[in-house]
Ligand binder design. Structure first.
Ligand code: F6P
Length: 373
């Protein structure tokens, strides 16, 4: 009897998703004689039984295409917005799994997807996951696919911003994605020769950033590129946030708690435009003109890099081998040069941020990049 497998992609899209779907599918069908279907739009498609048959024709010609042919969403099985309500749709998903007599379900996604996949595994489904995200913040794996492409896009953007910053003697503040991790900003910042790199792992002092820029001016370099991760915060903002967070936890009554929570929400709201605020503050502190470029979703679009295609293909083919061997409840991680299965329980909740002793930080400092701390 051939094995039947389902695939879904969940969370934010990322270059390399189609390459991964193709690798799982081609090896599952070609090497192991399995049959493959895809579910549309992440866990929502699994809930609503919306499928695409993934045969050899459907899997052909998709290696280099960005996004995901399956579609994606940030829906969670246990909290899905339906008809204006948040419902637990886990049972509907289990029904779909059994309706198709699936032997395995492959969930491709980032940290949130690992959590959701674990929930389904705990309900008895044969789940195997693959780590995807441009943020590179999934625990237990050295690398997620999508990261290399996004880092290259951000690097090229920094390269291009150099000439305009140089011509106008300006500061250019480049906003780089990455959620609460600084991998993209630090990697692209070093590769692109940014003069300042600000990351969430190292809260920054704006005065130190301004000092670094003024020092460059004094040395005759009248332009500066500041690569700032979307999650980067000033030391003052972090201190205030921690203070209010403690107030929420220590609140003695409902009114106190509500007020502190409102303030916390306001502080989080203010962070939305922190890149613009940083640019304005730098103009004031340095007397130089400053401009902002937020790279946003450009970093997630288009053709995956060679490194991401290779990683996607290695993870995807390893995935069908594991299914063939009956190994489930795991995420396939890339460790050293090997693809290894890691129990989902060990992955969930392990956001991978840049550790203080990471060699990239030392490299940045040695090449004279200010980290604002
Ligand atoms: O996780 C990938 C990512 O692009 C983050 O870098 C960013 O913070 C987030 O997704 C944006 O999410 P959304 O696609 O929901 O706007």
């Amino acid at each position: 009897m051939p094995k039947f497998i389902g695939i879904l992609t969940a969370g934010g899209d990322s270059p390399g998703l189609n390459a991964t779907i193709r690798a799982v599918g081609k090896s599952a069908i070609g090497t192991y004689g399995m049959q493959v279907i895809g579910f549309r739009d992440g866990f929502r498609g699994l809930m609503a039984n919306r499928i695409i048959r993934l045969d050899e024709i459907a899997l052909s010609g998709i290696l280099t295409i960005g996004g995901t042919l399956l579609g994606t969403s940030r829906d969670k099985p246990h909290k899905m917005p339906i008809g204006g309500k948040m419902l637990d749709m886990t049972e509907a998903m289990i029904d779909t799994y059994h309706k198709h007599h699936l032997d395995a379900l492959v969930c491709i996604g980032g940290g949130g997807t690992q959590k959701n996949a674990l929930r389904l595994a705990q309900k008895g489904l044969n789940i195997i996951t693959l780590p995807k995200t441009i943020d590179n913040d999934v625990g237990m794996t050295d690398m997620t696919f999508g990261f290399d492409t996004a880092m290259s896009i951000a690097t090229e953007a920094i390269d291009r911003l150099h000439s305009t910053a140089h011509s106008h003697h300006r500061i250019v503040v480049v906003g780089i994605m990455g959620h609460n991790a600084g991998w993209l900003a630090l990697g692209a910042g070093i590769a692109g020769g940014a003069n300042v790199i600000l990351i969430p792992e190292l809260p920054y002092d704006i005065k130190l950033v301004a000092d670094a820029i003024r020092q460059r001016s004094r040395a005759g370099k009248n332009f500066s590129i500041v690569a700032v991760a979307e999650g980067a915060r000033t030391m003052d903002d972090v201190a205030r946030w921690q203070e209010v967070k403690q107030t929420v936890e220590a609140a003695r009554n409902k009114t106190q708690k509500r007020e502190a929570k409102l303030e916390l929400a306001e502080l989080e709201e203010q962070q939305v435009d922190n890149t613009l605020r940083l640019s304005k503050a730098l103009e004031q502190l340095t007397g130089l003109e400053s401009r902002v470029t937020i790279l946003g979703y450009l970093q997630r679009g288009g053709t995956p890099s060679a490194a991401d295609r290779l990683l996607a293909t290695r993870l995807g083919t390893a995935c069908s081998s594991m299914i063939n061997e009956g190994i489930f409840g795991v995420m396939l991680a890339f460790q050293g040069e090997q693809v290894v299965p890691v129990p989902l329980e060990e992955v969930v909740g392990q956001r991978k941020v840049i550790p203080p002793n990471h060699p990239w930080l030392e490299t940045a400092r040695l090449v004279g990049i200010s980290l604002g701390a």
